[in-house]
Design a binder for this molecule. Structure first.
Ligand code: ADP
Ligand code: NI
Length: 191
């Protein structure tokens, strides 16, 4: 793996997310990157450069955050680096494949795409997932009740939607913690 390339990608996402007024945090992307490398340890055939670039760039064209079309931000970054077109296309395919809503549940075709999607989903569950859900709900002025619905509709389903066995295993503890949290919340609310 080219360390300089990854350092440049990290510097790029830091600057991109930092210039946003809403403080959308680069930390999510860095956790996804870490999760992806952790999952990849179980799959020795993984192309680590592909997984790393896919994870680091997976949200740089998120339609909720940026008004770009056709992965413009990711494409511009990748084309500014010394990469061949085949590699650029493979990274862009991963990025397009990660989003659940945009892909209507389609499973990414490459192992690397599956890993990055799982890594992103891991960051939506567990203790981190809980804080992200309530942060999102608060920002959208949603009630606790409405945010709790997101757990039933999506977050509690993610464990069984993991593409890779390694991610499913990593999801177990996070899932159990969410279930425990929801039980405790019910008790404290006198339900
Ligand atoms: P990603 O980084 O995977 O693209 P999203 O942009 O879909 O994630 O969502 C960002 C975070 O906000 C996630 O943790 C997700 O669970 C949470 N979120 C998304 N929609 C809702 C919702 N309707 N209620 C509560 N949380 C939500
Ligand atoms: Ni993400």
């Amino acid at each position: 793996m080219d360390a300089t390339l990854l350092e440049k990608a990290i510097a790029y996402i830091r600057s991109l997310f930092q210039n946003r007024g809403d403080g959308h945090d680069v930390e999510h992307t860095l956790r996804v990157y870490r999760n992806a490398l952790e999952i990849a340890k179980s799959y020795p055939k993984t192309d680590l450069t592909l997984v790393s670039l896919g994870a680091l760039l997976h949200d740089v064209d998120d339609h909720k955050l940026f008004q770009t079309k056709n992965n413009e931000n990711a494409r511009a970054f990748l084309e500014s680096q010394d990469l061949d077109q085949a590699m650029i296309d493979r990274v862009l395919e991963i990025i397009s494949g990660v989003s659940f809503s945009q892909n209507k549940g389609r499973v990414p075709s490459s192992l690397e795409g599956k890993i990055v999607q799982d890594a992103d989903r891991l960051d939506a569950i567990g203790a981190i997932g809980i804080t992200r859900a309530f942060a999102y709900g608060g920002k959208k002025d949603r009630s606790m009740e409405e945010t709790l619905r997101h757990f039933d509709e999506k977050l509690l389903l993610l464990k069984d939607l993991m593409n890779t066995d390694a991610a499913r295993e990593m999801a177990e503890r996070r899932h159990a913690f969410m279930v425990e949290f929801l039980d405790e919340l019910k008790k404290e609310r006198g339900e």
